[in-house]
Ligand binder design. Structure first.
Ligand code: FE2
Ligand code: FE2
Length: 215
């Protein structure tokens, strides 16, 4: 949520929003929420800490609801939520890029856990900024219909986005400090072995196996 002084300033600022540009931007924000859902789904398979897993399941549920709210907002403003803007496609690729780094191959289970939490912080930084902007548009727009649609949506979601970002950033710091104190980075990474199959082609790398749970 924006700072109080900025919010007060917004109420005394008028902005004429270009609706076509807004539709493209909302399409991007929807893609960010969809990417966030996938990142949470992957992260819960990598996180060892049971408290973090529980929190991520809660945030995942809220992220799915944010998609529903954004879809309704786009429809109420006369847009088609199934049409992806150019920047929505870029946002989807960004999430895919983060997802591609998430796994246990070549790193320890603890390092994979930290990477998963870090990726959530990166994704939530963008998600948080998106909803801050929606709140700002709702406060500054001269279009009463736009204000009517965006204000209740921002009121519900902005607080949850504050929690998503604040909690995950705080947790990442704690986990990084814990790893530094324990020297977690010195553990051996999960091994991968490439066996040659009878046809001479390389077989798939061996699964590193299930990691020990702290739960
Ligand atoms: Fe969200
Ligand atoms: Fe979020």
């Amino acid at each position: 949520m924006a700072e109080m002084t900025e919010m007060v300033k917004d109420f005394f600022t008028d902005a004429q929003i270009n609706i076509k540009t807004l539709h493209n931007v909302l399409s991007e924000f929807l893609a960010v929420e969809k990417g966030g859902q996938k990142l949470y789904e992957k992260a819960v398979t990598l996180v060892l800490d049971s408290e973090v897993r529980t929190k991520f399941r809660e945030f995942h549920k809220q992220t799915v609801n944010h998609q529903k709210i954004l879809t309704e907002v786009i429809e109420q403003l006369g847009g088609n939520p199934r049409v992806m803007s150019r920047t929505a496609k870029v946002a989807t690729k960004k999430a895919q890029g983060l997802l591609a780094t998430m796994g246990r191959t070549g790193i320890t289970a603890e390092e994979a856990e930290l990477n998963a939490v870090e990726n959530i912080v990166l994704a939530e930084t963008k998600d948080h900024a998106d909803w801050e902007l929606i709140g700002k548009i709702a406060r500054q727009t001269t279009d009463s219909r736009l204000r009517e649609v965006l204000r209740p949506a921002a009121r519900i979601v902005e607080e949850e986005e504050d929690q998503h970002l604040d909690w995950t950033r705080q947790k990442l710091r704690e986990m990084q400090m814990e790893a530094l104190i324990k020297g977690g980075g010195t553990n051996k990474p999960a091994k991968t072995s490439m066996k040659m199959s009878s046809n001479g082609r390389g077989a798939r790398p061996k699964s590193p196996g299930r990691a020990r749970s702290r739960a």
